[in-house]
Design a protein around this ligand. Structure first.
Ligand code: FE2
Length: 83
């Protein structure tokens, strides 16, 4: 979401959590999408999209601590790109 033309917050789904990134091994479809495909897309999303946002842009992840979608998701419901 934008505040004027500046990114204010981002909903990161299963790509970026608090202190953790998504797991490219969870959505593998045999013969269609490999974990290497997913790891490449994850890297592209993190490096070329999310890491280009301002450090104070608020991150709202799709899951919190305890979800199997990330191995060590930190407690909390939001943080910033800089954190
Ligand atoms: Fe998930």
């Amino acid at each position: 979401m934008l505040d004027g033309d500046r990114p204010h917050c981002v909903f990161t789904g299963d790509t970026l959590f608090l202190g953790e990134v998504g797991r490219p091994d969870l959505a593998v479809k045999s013969g269609e999408i490999t974990k290497e495909d997913l790891a490449g897309w994850l890297y592209d999303s993190l490096r070329n999209r999310l890491m280009t946002l301002p450090e104070d842009c608020i991150v709202f992840p799709g899951h919190g601590a305890g979800s199997p979608c990330g191995k060590k998701i930190a407690d909390g419901t939001y943080c910033t790109i800089g954190n």
